[in-house]
Ligand binder design. Structure first.
Ligand code: NAD
Ligand code: UDP
Length: 311
């Protein structure tokens, strides 16, 4: 039986990944410090003999014998990663060194959850993997953007210098059930606001764009990349259907049948103007493409939050 370590396994994506791996007959070791994730996300797995949870911070070394590592530990929402930016850098640098060191020692294959944020406020659209990005190194988002860029550098250096089998996934905005009510990212914010009858907070004029991927598609992409024969990457994973933030707000109001007004708040510093993945590489090398459209994905996510907020 394969034994797989999932760091950040109690988070939004990590918990869905744990579910997916267990369904494929893989034994899962889930490591998380529960900063932005929660044991609630993995409570349903606690009694299983093929699942183990360790509360651990990846900035400290970890010794475990595993065949594969999915390294997801890092807060992903701007409000969370900006809460303690020095800690975010430590998580990305020291945490990634520790996990690459573990992979080197055990011979495990390791997948790094990188991000579209490595492209910064992109001047190339849609973004292809060979674009080096347009990133502010000293801004409020830098702890995350530059942290992930160093994490990618480390992964490639461990790959070249120590022959560690590395996979780099550049994940674009992903949403779905198990996002925390107070996560702070746009999809969960708007749904929670719409369901509570509160104003939807559109930052700036709402003309900035994002491309939203439903969680089940993303997890299949991560797994496909991990299992691919020899594709180190980086590989973009995301849904290439692009929407303005105002369009997203209007879709959520319509689908929740909410009468909440839209209010405009100041645009955060360095907020990317446009973002859309070119997923040609994932399509040709992994045979992967997202299957869940925005309307269907929002429907499932709205149903989750309805239950959560009524509980
Ligand atoms: P999340 O915040 O829900 O999950 C991150 C998890 O990592 C949390 O459970 C958190 O407690 C844990 N964590 C944070 N710092 C840690 C540390 N030092 N030690 C141990 N655990 C730690 O966010 P998510 O959306 O599930 O993101 C997971 C990964 O995917 C992150 O690396 C993120 O950068 C990447 N990613 C996500 C998206 C997205 O849209 N969801 C987009 C791009 C990249
Ligand atoms: N956003 C917004 N209202 C919110 C939260 C976010 O208008 O309540 C905007 C944000 O300014 C950005 C986009 O939605 O342009 C996506 O933000 P998110 O924090 O989800 O992720 P990002 O892609 O910026 O990391």
């Amino acid at each position: 039986m394969d034994r797989t370590l999932v760091t950040g396994g109690a988070g939004f994506l990590g918990s869905h990944l744990c579910d997916f791996l267990l369904r494929t007959g893989t034994e899962v070791l889930c490591v998380d410090n529960c900063f932005s994730g929660s044991k609630d996300n993995i409570r349903h797995l606690a009694a299983r003999s093929d699942f183990e949870f360790i509360r651990h911070d990846v900035i400290h070394p970890l010794f475990a014998e595993v065949d594969k590592v999915y390294h997801l530990a890092c807060p992903a929402s701007p409000i969370h990663y900006q809460h303690n930016p020095i800690k975010t850098v430590k998580t990305n640098v020291m945490g990634t060194i520790n996990m690459l060191g573990l992979a080197k020692r055990t011979g495990a294959r390791i997948l790094l959850a990188s991000t579209s944020e490595v492209y910064g406020d992109p001047e190339v659209h849609p973004q292809t993997e060979d674009y080096w990005g347009h990133v502010n190194p000293i801004g409020l988002r830098s702890c995350y953007d530059e942290g992930k860029r160093v994490a990618e550098t480390l992964a490639m250096d461990y790959h070249r210098q120590n022959r560690v089998a590395v996979r780099i996934a550049r994940i674009f905005n992903t949403y779905g059930p198990r996002m925390a009510v107070k996560d702070g990212r746009v999809v969960s914010n708007f749904i929670v606001q719409a369901l509570r009858g509160e104003p939807l907070t559109v930052y700036g004029d709402g003309s900035q764009t994002r491309s939203f991927c439903y969680v089940s598609d993303l997890i299949e992409g991560l797994h496909g990349l991990m299992e691919s024969g020899d594709l180190t990457g980086p590989v973009n994973l995301g849904n290439p259907s692009e929407f303005t933030i105002l369009e997203l707000a209007e879709s959520i109001l319509k689908q929740t049948k909410s009468r909440s007004p839209i209010v405009h708040k100041p645009l955060p510093q360095d907020d990317p103007v446009q973002r859309c993945p070119d997923i040609t590489l994932a399509g040709s090398r992994l045979g992967w493409r997202p299957r869940v459209g925005l309307e269907e994905g929002l429907e499932r996510t709205i149903a989750y939050f309805k239950e959560k907020l009524n509980a």
